[in-house]
Design a protein around this ligand. Structure first.
Ligand code: ADP
Length: 304
């Protein structure tokens, strides 16, 4: 059974069609939801949360149909919104205990669970201070913790690294990854930061103008480019460069000193090794350059 299943879902705000027939499934793992501003990412998340009703199509979570069985679905669903969502006048412990109670836990259980998730996100004694004294990074961790308090099986994360410094960002991404790999939680990560998606996700959905325009595993989408290679030879680099150019290749030297070589389609890759031998040198490094996720994304949304 798919964890998320959408079939031709349409959502409008008055005359504005925000989702125009979205069909997709999420079976598990970490899935990145990528799209430019206004693409429909938040609308999609809000539809899954049951905040918005679809005008047409079918949506279900864990096999529960939305909106009819939204309550059952919500019990298994955690949400980290993009906007500020912490209560600044209380401590993180009080706030998370309250969140646990909202999910139907007894107060003592909710408090125990609050401490567990605070430990998990690395909050120390500052958990007892009012949250108005917290840094952006701490607030972001609390938002993450509140999404976990009821031990959900699916997490919807909306720009979870917003406002974090590079170290905090890496910590957040590692926490997300650990949930997926060690605890079997499914994550749908909405982000405009492609490196974040590449760090955490194994699968992406690209949404544009209310439609899913590309989807697949990152490995499938970023296939090797046919004619582009990164090469380093041991010696006689200048002679090797000249030989490649004479054979019709286009060269560029990369910051790491390697050559980026685009070969004409008519040449076989073995020519790189033959030319090296002819120039009395050896190929020390040879990889086919893959399409970057950014290129796949830009192409999917019609920008180059
Ligand atoms: P994203 O999260 O990808 O930036 P949204 O889902 O927020 O995109 O928006 C999709 C489209 O719906 C955009 O054209 C946006 O302007 C419009 N939209 C979003 N929320 C509302 C709203 N509350 N009222 C009217 N239009 C909205």
């Amino acid at each position: 059974m798919a964890i998320v299943e959408l079939n031709n879902v349409e959502v409008s705000y008055g005359a504005i069609k925000a989702l125009r027939g979205v069909t997709c499934t999420v079976e598990g793992g970490a899935v990145g939801l990528l799209g430019p501003n206004g693409a429909g990412k938040s609308t999609l998340l809000r539809t899954l949360l049951g905040f918005i009703r679809a005008d047409a199509g079918e949506a279900s979570l864990f096999g529960y149909r939305l909106p009819a069985e939204a309550l059952e679905a919500r019990q298994r669903l955690g949400y980290m919104p993009e906007r500020d969502a912490v209560a600044r006048k209380v401590s993180a412990v009080s706030f998370l205990t309250y969140c646990g109670c909202l999910f139907g836990m007894q107060r003592s259980d909710a408090m125990e669970r609050a401490h567990e998730v605070l430990n998990y996100v690395g909050m120390g004694d500052s958990r007892y201070r009012k949250m108005q004294t917290y840094s952006t990074g701490m607030c972001q961790r609390i938002k993450f913790a509140q999404a976990l308090v009821h031990d959900p099986k699916l997490l919807l994360l909306d720009e979870p690294t917003n406002g974090l410094d590079p170290e905090g960002r890496l910590e957040m991404l590692e926490l997300i990854k650990e949930l997926v790999t060690k605890r079997g939680v499914t994550v749908l990560l909405s982000s405009h930061l492609l490196p974040d998606v590449e760090h955490v996700c194994d699968h992406v959905l690209v949404i544009h103008q209310g439609r899913i325009v590309r989807e697949g595993s990152i490995g499938e989408l970023t296939t090797a480019r046919e004619n582009l290679f990164e090469i380093r030879v041991r010696e006689h680099q200048e002679a090797y460069r000249n030989a490649l150019e004479t054979a019709g290749c286009v060269l560029q030297t990369l910051p790491n000193g390697n050559l980026l070589v685009e070969k004409p389609a008519r040449l076989e890759p073995r020519v790189f090794f033959e030319l090296a031998r002819a120039q009395n040198t050896h190929v020390r490094h040879f990889v086919a350059v893959r399409h970057r996720l950014e290129e796949v994304f830009m192409q999917a949304i019609g920008r180059h």
